[in-house]
Design a protein. Structure first.
Length: 307
């Protein structure tokens, strides 16, 4: 079952556990409750939030990420469960032992998939796709030419206009992107933990201060889906993060995504990608189970229209 994203953005809320339910309260008043088994991730950005240790333990037992966000909605911390897949130890050993050439080839696959997804998004909004498709064909093992960054420079201007700059501290579309990526990051973290992999052992990201390097690697091909939703929101004049707008961004995870094995929700696709990486480390397969190389524009148009 695909769980729900629980967003706690109001100030001075208390989060607790009661008979298998995640309970949100304000003072003595209960504001709502959600069955723990229905939750995919919890995202907290409100001020003065308190919580019980029993709740955090129950979430960790279920592999549910508890994500803390700064005022700009960018994640700054995450509770990581130490109890994951029953094959966790063996898969982490294989992950640690993975040779560098293998990791470089896997990163090449991820970058190609991201660039082609970006091209599909540009096609959906009527922007030129040739620059991104040409770059995708040039990606070499390990992306030593940093084609990913070259693609980003062209992509942002083609999608949002020549004046747009991706800035985590900026309001408007940038704030919407921050929140959308936070939701995507939480879903990817859960998939990685469920697959028995360590989120800090990345394919490409090497920042020693980032404990979620693999998460940031594997979410790359899915970022353009958030970008497309934010583009549609911007066209509609939506620039402020409110509960309804957050739901629009979180709902991207539940939208059907074409894949080599049929149509499946985005969140399920992320889980398959994480499992395929674990199986690649173990030598059971050579290719990652990434989103389709070419997404049909009609599918993306459906995502863009579902505001």
């Amino acid at each position: 079952m695909i769980g729900r994203i629980v967003d706690i953005s109001q100030d001075k809320r208390h989060l607790s556990l009661e008979r298998g339910f995640f309970v949100v309260s304000s003072g003595r008043d209960e504001l709502g409750r959600v069955p723990l088994d229905d939750i995919a991730a919890v995202i907290v950005s409100g001020h003065g939030i308190t919580h019980s240790s029993n709740l955090l333990a129950a979430l960790a037992e279920r592999g549910v990420p508890f994500v803390l966000c700064a005022s700009n909605h960018h994640p700054v911390g995450m509770l990581w469960s130490t109890a994951g897949n029953y094959r966790q130890s063996g898969r982490m050993d294989a992950q640690l032992a993975a040779p560098k050439p293998l990791q470089k080839r896997l990163w090449q696959q991820v970058v190609k998939s991201k660039l082609r997804m970006q091209a599909s998004v540009l096609e959906c909004v009527g922007a030129p796709t040739a620059p991104l498709l040409r770059l995708a064909d040039k990606v070499r093992s390990g992306d030593p030419d940093n084609i990913e960054a070259q693609g980003a420079r062209a992509y942002w201007q083609l999608l949002f206009g020549s004046d747009f700059r991706r800035d985590r501290e900026a309001p408007g579309a940038n704030a919407l992107l921050n929140y959308g990526y936070a939701v995507l990051r939480a879903a990817t973290a859960r998939a990685i933990m469920a697959a028995g992999l360590h989120p800090g052992l990345g394919l490409h990201h090497q920042n020693a201060l980032n404990p979620m390097r693999l998460v940031d690697d594997l979410m790359e091909p899915y970022r353009p889906l958030i970008d497309l939703r934010v583009h549609g929101m911007s066209v509609e004049g939506i620039e402020v993060l409110e509960p309804a707008n957050k739901k629009m961004l979180a709902d991207v995870l539940y939208h059907d995504l074409p894949s080599p094995v049929g149509v499946t929700p985005v969140m399920a696709s992320i889980h398959r990608l994480a499992v395929s990486l674990a199986q690649t480390y173990e030598g059971d397969q050579k290719q990652l189970d990434l989103p389709c190389v070419a997404i049909e524009p009609l599918w993306l148009q459906d995502l863009a229209r579902s505001l």
